[in-house]
Structures are given as C-alpha cells and as structure tokens.
Design a protein around this ligand. Structure first.
Ligand code: XMP
Length: 521
C-alpha cells in the first residue's frame, strides 16, 4: 500500500523535475538551493547499482570522472579512478608526447604488477642494500638482481639481507637465476592476477613471481600478498572500469588547436587523437570553457568523421541549444557547467554562467531528445551534491574533491602544521602559461600580456588516497538512492522530486548549535 499511495499533499510540495524547474524558470538554482524529497523505499543503500553507460562504447561502474586539470588528473589519478570503476581525463597542459605516455601508463597498468621494482646490482654489498632499506624506509627486503643491461641475474632473498652478512657481495648471496620463478609477459595473459594466483597455489611457499620478456629482461614483480588483496577486492561491489581487452579505461583531453592563420589545425588534431587511439584511449574530451562555438563544433565533426566509433566528450555548455549543437556535430557526452567550479571566476570576470542545477535540468531535457549523455562538471563539494546532480545527469566531473588526494599531481606542502596540495583553475594565469590558454580562447603568449584569468590558484587540504575519498562519496550516493527507493541511476533520475530551500533551511541542513568533535581515524 505504502509504495503506491500518492498523497496529493506530497505532489503539491515535492515536484518532479519538469514541473519543479518550469515553476522556477525565472531563477538559477544550484545544489544548495534545492533538496530531494524521500520516497517509500525497499532498497537498501548497499544494494544500489551505480553503473552508468556514458556512450555505446563507454561504461563506468561508478558515475564519477576526475577533471582534465593539471593539478588533478595524470596517470596515477586515472589509474586510481579506473580501479574504483570511474574514469580520469588526462589533461593537455603537457607536450603531446608526454600525454601519450601518460595514457599508455594507464592502459598498461597491471594491478598487482609492480612494473618498475627496486633492483639491485650483483656487485653491490649486502651492507649497501641494508643502507638503501634504511634510507628509503622500504617495508620489504627481497630484491630482484639485474645486470647492467636489465637482464635478470637472480633474486636477493630477505633471509640474507642481515647485518651479519653486510660485507658479502650480492652475487655471493643471491638465489641464482635458474632457481628463480619467472613468467613471461605473454604468459600472464588477459587476467594476470588470476594467472599469478594459480601460480602461487601451485608453488608452495613461493611468495614472489618475477615477470620477464623473451630476452630475460626484468619487467615486473608480482607478490602473493598483493594478489591476495586484489582477489579480495574483486569481490567488492564496484569493479574496476575496463575495456574489452581487460585494460583500465582512460580518457584524455584535447584542445581545438588553431594554426598560425587562426584556422582549426585539423591535421594536428587528427594526428594527436589518432596517436591517443593507438595507445588505447577510450574517450577524448574536447575541453573548452565555451563549447557552443564553431571551433569546438568543427573539432568534434572532424573527429567524428575520422573516428566513427570513438566516444567523444565535448563542452562546456549550459544551454539546450548548446547540447543540440554539439550532439549534431557528433559528441556522445556533453559537459555541463560554466562557472560553478571551486577555482572558477568566469561568472565574476565575464559575468556569464548558469547555476548548476538549472543548467543541468535544461541540458538534460535536450540531451534526452538527442540521445546523448551529460556530465555535471564543477561545483561539487559533497556527496549530496552528486546525488542531486545524478537526478539529471549520467555522471559528474570533480576537480577540487580529488585535488588533495595522494594520486593528484604535485607535492604535499606543509603550512602551519597542516598538509596541502596545490589546486589551480585551468583558466588561471599560471595554468594558461603552461598551455591551457586555448581552452579560454586566448593565445598562449597572451597569458603574459593583457588577458583576463578566469580561475585562481589555490590549495586543497591533503586528503589521502583516492580509495578513501571515493568510499565516502559512494557511501553518500548509495544512501541518497536508498532514501529515494532508487535501485539504479535510471530510477534515481525518474523518481527524484525537488523542493527549494530557504536560507534558514540551508543553515538547518548543516550541523548547527553544537561544537563538533572530530574523531581521528
Ligand atoms: P570543481 O568545483 O570540481 O570544478 O573544483 C572543476 C571544474 O571547473 C572547471 N574549471 C574552470 N572553470 N575557470 C573556470 O571558470 C578555470 O580556471 C577552471 N579550471 C577548471 C572545469 O570544468 C573543471 O572540471
């Protein structure tokens, strides 16, 4: 009964998207301006599904993408995101060649395979190895031994890395090559972890497996403890996002590059994206601040003609006509957001942009007609914002939420006993100088002359590994879905009902009138 009864009172106050946003057509609303009404639910948060198909050839297991920003997404972030079921978009503030190798690092990342293990030379002393362990604070003491050409010579076992043997040479103490267990890269096959797992079961007492090529050069190391950890993780609810060849998914941003005459540099764009595809990229993002432009549209068309099956993200826009234009040009996924980002100043500098929930509503209706997906890009500061965004969009793009993570580019900075990482807008002067000026319609050289920055340079508090941040966000999303009785994201989109929140209601939503205690974890 409770599931089907539809109270007239509820309908008056809590409205579905079409009637709610139409009734609020004269005002731009963002996340904190609205709240979602709960619904009868038989769905436990832990039973909800977060998979999202962004394009025919692009399926994610969680609907979260990290921004193509030079302080957010490079290969480490993209690997961490894909391992958790999401996607990282590698930024383009770097030489093309460097971006290609970043993509390769993601595509060839084998979870559990230490690609570049610490190696020891045969003529070193055990004492040198002990000093290295002490200096680098390694938590392990077994090392592959290779010659100066990278060929495997043997394995130095932790049993002999002891002060009493300090003056002995590694070559005297190592387990010789013939007795070391190895596997070739080819033999690892499509599922290296399953293969390694089988190996460890079959070889009692062996905890390390070395990976070599046909010439016996060392290419990696797999440990039994890593394999066991991963096997456990595989039973986790959210699986890594992988392509058909079992490689992690990876995205890359490209710019609508112009030649010396100011025309679109078709050859360069095609060369760049062609090379990205050779490296296995799964999706490219034509990323600019103003996507409803001839330059972005023409770039999408050129790419669509040349690469019919390639999933293309394009943006950013905040209008229905922007969605229609980019979809007609051939984009599959459209980025929605102009000025909501935590480091953005577009609305202040240029006086343009639309608060995110209104923009998402308008764009979602145009996207549904064109059968394309939209991504809510920018302004997300908490899991509740993601739940609200996902009532209209197929996924979200986050910058600031991940810029403090261990996997984000850049060093940790200590200020007043607290740890931070740099986070800067791609439209900040420093980022434009480093290459992103085209995204904001400027020449790179302009960045030193008269040009209006549309972003700031900032700091984010260091917040630990991506896994931890995502666990909190995903928990929040699942909780929101449970409150709405939505088993999956499609149900969330169709069931959501909204109401506006007064300023007092916004204050009520956060902890108030208490002194918060922070529990250390
Ligand atoms: P959050 O809020 O997640 O926003 O930190 C990330 C998104 O902000 C956009 N972006 C910018 N927008 N000026 C802008 O107006 C900038 O300098 C800038 N840099 C990034 C971008 O869409 C990103 O995903």
């Amino acid at each position: 009964m409770a599931a089907t009864r539809n109270s007239h009172l509820d309908d008056t106050f809590y409205q579905p998207a079409d009637s709610f946003f139409s009734a609020n057509a004269k005002i731009g609303l963002t996340f904190d301006d609205i709240t979602l009404a709960t619904l009868f639910s038989e769905i436990l948060p832990r039973d909800t599904h977060l998979d999202s198909r962004l394009a025919d050839a692009l399926q994610l297991n969680i609907p979260i993408v990290t921004a193509d920003m030079d302080t957010v997404t490079e290969s480490r972030m993209a690997i961490a995101m894909a391992l958790n079921g999401g996607l990282g978009l590698i930024h383009y503030n770097m030489p093309e060649r460097e971006q290609l190798s970043q993509v390769s690092r993601v595509k060839y990342h084998v979870q559990g395979l230490i690609q570049d293990p610490i190696k020891i030379a045969p003529d070193q002393l055990i004492g040198d190895v002990l000093a290295l362990i002490e200096e680098k604070k390694f938590g392990f003491s077994t090392f592959p031994v290779v010659d100066d050409k990278g060929k495997l010579v043997g394995l130095l076992s932790g049993h002999v890395v002891k002060p009493r043997y300090a003056t002995k040479k590694v070559s005297e103490a190592l387990t010789p090559r013939m007795q070391v267990h190895t596997i070739t890269k080819k033999e690892l096959g499509k599922d290296p972890i399953a293969r390694a797992d089988k190996f460890f079961t079959e070889h009692l007492g062996i905890h390390k497996l070395l990976v070599v090529d046909d010439e016996d050069h060392l290419h990696g190391l797999i440990t039994m403890s890593d394999v066991e950890k991963i096997t456990l993780e595989r039973k986790a609810q959210f699986k890594p996002a992988r392509d058909a060849q079992f490689r992690l998914v990876c995205g890359a941003a490209v710019s609508a590059t112009r030649n010396a005459f100011g025309e679109l540099d078709r050859e360069r764009i095609l060369g760049h994206v062609g090379a990205l595809l050779e490296r296995g990229v799964d999706v490219v993002a034509v990323s600019t601040a103003h996507g409803h432009t001839k330059g972005v549209g023409d770039t999408v068309k050129v790419l669509r003609d040349a690469f019919p099956k390639l999933p293309i993200i394009a943006g950013n826009i905040t209008s229905a006509s922007g969605v229609e234009y980019l979809a007609d040009c051939g984009a599959d996924i459209i980025k929605v957001g102009q000025g909501p980002g935590s480091i953005c100043t577009t609305r202040i500098v240029a006086g343009v942009g639309i608060p995110q929930m209104t923009a998402l509503y308008v764009c979602s209706r145009a996207a549904a007609k064109k059968k394309v997906s939209i991504l809510a890009d920018g302004g997300i500061t908490k899991s509740g914002d993601i739940v609200k965004a996902l009532t209209l969009a197929q996924g979200v793009i986050c910058g600031g939420m991940f810029a403090g993570c261990t996997e984000a580019p850049g060093e940790v900075i200590e200020i007043g006993g607290k740890l931070y990482k740099q986070y800067r807008g791609m439209g900040s002067l420093a980022a434009m100088k480093a290459g992103s000026a085209a995204r904001y319609g400027h020449e790179k050289a302009d960045a030193t002359r008269k040009v209006a920055a549309e972003g700031i340079e900032a700091l984010k508090e260091a917040c630990g590994p991506v896994d931890r941040v995502l666990a909190t966000l995903i928990g929040g999303i699942q909780s929101g879905m449970g409150y709405l009785g939505a088993k999956n994201l499609e149900a969330l989109r169709s069931k959501a009902r909204y109401i506006r929140v007064s300023p007092a209601g916004q204050r009520e939503a956060a902890p108030h009138d208490v002194v918060e205690l922070k529990t250390k974890n």
